[in-house]
Design a protein around this ligand. Structure first.
Ligand code: MGD
Ligand code: MGD
Ligand code: SF4
Ligand code: MO
Length: 731
């Protein structure tokens, strides 16, 4: 396309939850010339991070698929026409279901689905149409404990309060590193500047993390906490707040006395023994939470993807509630989005289903099953066995525990269909790959992240660039695959198509922007896509977060009962875990994110991957010294389920006994070279994480606090022996 040189346009960055507004200058040839943060954006206020610069690279990446691929008789993937590929995909999925039953198809939805308007309007409809109960998503390797707790306390899985960072006096972050991740379940663009403003108001930041992270470094106070032990710290905080006699729960809160009794054994001294955080510091933090005019505690990946994820998230909410900080300015608050999917009942409230995973009996929640069970559902024969997989914007081989086993399981499936624009560790197994348009080529409105934002705004971003002439959007793929699938299945199940199937096809034919417009028009606020466009590129500024309780509660009695049986019944188990014997040799593995990585993708970007390699295992120098391992050496990291060999980097930033690997690496498997030009393949952390160990209440994956051992990798004996050089004896 051609556009006048230097034309300035605006768009939204959809690469993470911060949803920054971007100002883009288009070059004469219509390509992206330059990108900067949009200063006039009321939410992101001019912020952007290095990842935004990868958007033009992604747009032009020759490795990004633009045409469908179908596996031929030669076993290779070949470009094919859309019609042929979609028909093939529908036949593959439909035939497996016709032969083995509807549940023989498993569907996995990956993270980018929540960052795309068309994915949100269309993919759930497609998934329902495919009629399988074997539904999985990245939720169960991420934030499932948050949803379980929100459902149990507030009656809806998406009633997730966020720290009101712009007004708080004390911010406590547990297992969260927004300096790298830009915030999560908390849309907080420009965390660094917002943190500086907190400091200039005299406010404080406290971080609890087994690594001195980028966020810990800029905190007023950082405490190392042994991985998986946060429950002891958080429950001790709850206990201390209650013991102080200064707890001030709101009038709509019940169950305080039951909680008091249940947390009684969790003393600060016990917390110190288990977690390493000094008892005095635990007491000090409880007092600080009570003394602060306002305070907010937020726990994220480090405390949801670990062995006591639900208990930890519950304790975080209870702390905010008991200190009077839930729903007050400067505390943890609920957003009031212009399109309120929660209030309007368009997002299900959540809840455990009777349906459990077939083989291991892991619980289903919110219509999905925990993805840690996927490999065994594929490999275990019997009624209900999975024979086909559809992935949409995901990479479970890389992102779910025991990835190497899932890799092998997927390779043996009868049919694999992937909607994705890259060949990744998972999609390389596909029989059909259907690649959608890129993020700059589609209209955008954040249906999810306005629900989690630190300020109420409403921004519509029209597509920045026209779609590739022969390309299709995610929603168009869903529409066409849905129609082709119905055609295939009606051959075998003639006449059985219900009204709901017909309604689904009608919905799939309605574009995302049209659906959004309907949602805006019926929002009661007199909005529309046109009005949002007229409001300018930053959209509408609806102001700071407002108190919403108890009206916003979705519980039947509009009250919050802290005494959640699921949680209180689990506390004796948590208490008993304090006694667990540790292998003397054992180290605990935790994950990390880097500002210039993005889960398992974007490693094709030259801009993001340049500079020092970031895939090394970080370990405390003392832990290396006792094992005779030198900084920079290659080590073998071994867990209960696998082993990887990776370079080690000594770092005083780690707590002793803890090692850290980033997830999302490991880009070559079994000698297969992926098309992507990743400079550093690294290793996959999920070849070490154990799918058989899940969070007991939710079934969420345990990705942090994984026991591992380290050993030096000895040089192979047949290698030429280097000339002996005198070395100094070890000090
Ligand atoms: N050990 C360990 N494992 C982890 C984590 C961890 O911290 N430690 N983190 C977990 C978390 S929080 C998450 S969210 C998951 C992420 O795990 P997944 O969601 O499974 O994988 P991603 O790496 O996000 O891969 C996304 C894929 O979507 C494709 N894609 C991008 N945009 C689009 C689009 O618009 N449409 C379509 N159709 N495809 C698109 C990309 O090409 C890529 O292949 O990983 C989890 N796994
Ligand atoms: N640059 C970048 N940004 C991203 C992503 C990305 O891949 N790259 N991914 C996005 C996604 S999908 C998500 S979900 C978010 C996640 O965002 P974050 O929650 O910030 O995720 P992590 O960086 O994995 O941070 C988890 C922290 O928990 C610590 N930790 C590990 N185990 C424990 C424990 O037992 N207790 C405590 N207290 N801490 C522990 C780790 O050391 C780490 O510092 O980031 C999003 N933003
Ligand atoms: S923080 Fe970076 S990746 Fe996230 S939305 Fe903003 S520019 Fe995009
Ligand atoms: Mo995530």
């Amino acid at each position: 396309m051609s556009a006048p040189a230097g034309r300035v346009r605006h768009t939204s960055c959809t690469l993470c939850e911060a949803m920054c507004g971007l100002e883009v200058t288009l070059a004469a040839d219509g390509t992206v010339g330059s990108i900067r943060g949009h200063d006039g954006d009321p939410l992101s206020r001019g912020h952007l991070c290095p990842k935004a610069f990868a958007l033009p690279e992604l747009q032009d990446d020759p490795d990004r698929l633009r045409r469908p691929l179908v596996r031929g008789a030669d076993g290779e993937l070949h470009e094919t026409s859309w019609d042929a590929a979609i028909t093939k995909a529908a036949e593959l999925l439909g035939d497996v279901q016709a032969e083995h039953g509807d549940d023989a198809l498993a569907i996995y939805l990956g993270n980018p689905n929540v960052h795309s308007l068309g994915a949100l309007t269309h993919h759930p409809t497609l998934v329902r149409l495919l009629r399988t109960r074997n539904r999985y998503s990245a939720t169960s390797v991420d934030q499932l404990p948050h949803h379980v707790v929100a459902w149990a306390l507030y009656g809806h899985q998406f009633l997730l309060p966020v720290p009101d960072i712009d007004r708080t006096d004390l911010l406590v972050l547990v297992g969260h590193n927004p300096m790298a991740s830009n915030g999560s379940l908390w849309t907080v663009p420009d965390f660094p500047q917002r943190r500086r403003e907190l400091a200039s108001r005299g406010g404080r930041l406290v971080v609890l993390d087994p690594r001195r992270t980028e966020t810990a470094r800029i905190a007023d106070e950082h405490h190392f906490v042994r991985p998986g032990s946060d429950a002891f710290v958080l429950l001790a905080l709850v206990r201390e707040v209650l013991a102080s006699g200064r707890a001030r729960p709101a009038a709509w809160v019940d169950g305080v006395e039951s909680v008091r009794a249940a947390v009684e054994p969790f003393t600060p001294e016990l917390a110190e023994t288990v977690s390493g955080m000094p008892a005095g510091a635990v007491r000090g933090l409880a007092v600080a939470l009570l003394d602060a005019p306002s305070a907010a505690v937020h726990g994220r990946m480090g405390v949801s993807t670990q062995g006591a994820g639900v208990v930890c998230q519950w304790a975080v909410h209870v702390l905010n509630i008991l200190t009077g900080n839930l729903d007050r300015p400067g505390g943890a608050m609920f957003a009031t989005p212009a399109v309120d999917l929660v209030g309007r009942g368009l997002l299900g409230p959540g809840g455990f289903s009777r349906r459990r995973t077939r083989v291991r009996g892991l619980p289903g929640f919110g219509g999905e099953l925990p993805v840690s069970a996927l490999a065994e559902e594929i490999t275990t024969p019997g009624k209900g066995q999975v024979h086909a997989l559809l992935t949409i914007a995901g990479n479970p081989v890389s992102s779910t525990p025991g990835g190497q086993h899932l890799d092998a399981a997927i390779a043996a499936l009868d049919a694999v269909v992937c909607i994705d624009y890259y060949l990744n560790e998972t999609t390389r197994h596909a029989d059909v790959v259907l690649p959608p348009s890129g993020p700059l080529e589609r209209d955008h409105y954040d249906l999810v992240f306005h629900l989690l934002a630190v300020r109420d705004t409403a921004r519509f971003s029209p597509a920045l660039l026209p779609k590739d002439p022969g390309g299709r959007h995610d929603w168009e793929i869903a529409r066409d695959l849905g129609a082709a699938y119905l055609a295939v299945r009606s051959r075998s199940l003639f006449g059985r198509w219900s009204r709901s199937a017909l309604e689904a096809t009608a919905r799939l034919r309605t574009s995302p922007t049209r659906q959004l417009d309907l949602l805006l028009r019926t929002s009661g606020a007199g909005l529309s896509v046109r009005k949002l466009k007229q409001a300018g590129p930053g959209g509408l500024d609806l102001g700071p977060l407002r108190p919403r309780l108890p009206e916003r509660l979705a519980t039947r009695d509009r009250r919050v009962d802290l005494a959640v049986p699921l949680v209180l019944d689990d506390l004796p188990r948590v208490l008993a875990s304090a006694e667990r014997e540790r292998d003397a040799d054992e180290l605990l593995l935790v994950g990390r994110r880097h500002q210039r990585d993005n889960n398992s993708w974007l490693h094709n970007s030259a801009l993001l991957t340049k500079g020092r390699a970031r895939h090394a295992l970080l370990a405390h120098p003392d832990d290396l010294a006792v094992r005779g391992i030198t900084d920079g050496a290659t080590v073998r990291v071994r867990s209960a389920v696998g082993a990887v060999e990776v370079e080690v980097a000594a770092s005083e930033d780690l707590m002793r006994g803890v090692v850290s690997l980033p997830h999302g690496y490991g880009h070559r498997r079994d000698g297969v070279r992926l098309r992507r030009a990743t400079a550093v393949p690294g290793v996959s952390m999920n070849d070490l994480t154990d799918p058989s160990v899940t969070e007991p209440l939710s079934g969420n994956a345990v990705l942090n606090g994984v026991p591992v051992t380290l050993e030096p990798v000895l040089e192979p004996v047949h290698e030429p022996v280097p000339e002996a050089t005198p070395t100094a004896p070890p000090a």
